[in-house]
Design a protein. Structure first.
Length: 144
């Protein structure tokens, strides 16, 4: 695909050759005509070279994008094969859920002390929340 700048450079190159030909016809004197021809040809060559350089830059950009897309697709397939896509999502979710660590090295408690214990309504004994039956009086909090 040719860029607009490349096409413009080629057009300017052709135009400079046309202008050179017109000036050669109008101007008198052999040396003046040679000067015009040389200047016109150098201008045309300069703009043609610029057009070629611009085309190469455009091709390089397209090839680089194609290579980057291939690398991304390949790494995505490898991550899926190894299960890393799910793992990385899980790690990101874990990072989002992890509480911050303070400067003194402590971290805030995730659950409060009330969530870890319950008070028996019969005897008032404080029991761990993992236990559903009071170890002191036998009260079952799931049945009552």
């Amino acid at each position: 695909m040719k860029s607009k700048t490349s096409v413009l450079c080629k057009a300017v190159s052709i135009a400079s050759v046309v202008v050179m030909a017109i000036l050669c016809i109008i101007k008198d004197g052999f040396f003046k005509q040679i000067e015009i021809v040389v200047t016109g040809l150098l201008t045309a060559l300069l703009f043609l070279s610029l057009a070629v350089i611009i085309d190469r830059i455009e091709k390089t950009k397209v090839e680089q994008k194609r290579i980057n897309d291939s690398i991304d697709a390949l790494s995505e397939k490898i991550n899926i094969m190894l299960g890393l896509d799910k793992t990385s999502v899980a790690i990101e979710n874990l990072k989002a859920e992890t509480p911050p660590i303070y400067a003194d090295g402590t971290a805030p408690m995730i659950t409060s002390e009330e969530d870890l214990t319950w008070d028996c309504p019969d005897c008032g004994y404080t029991e761990l929340s993992a236990n559903t039956v009071c170890t002191k009086c036998g009260y079952d909090r799931n049945k009552n």
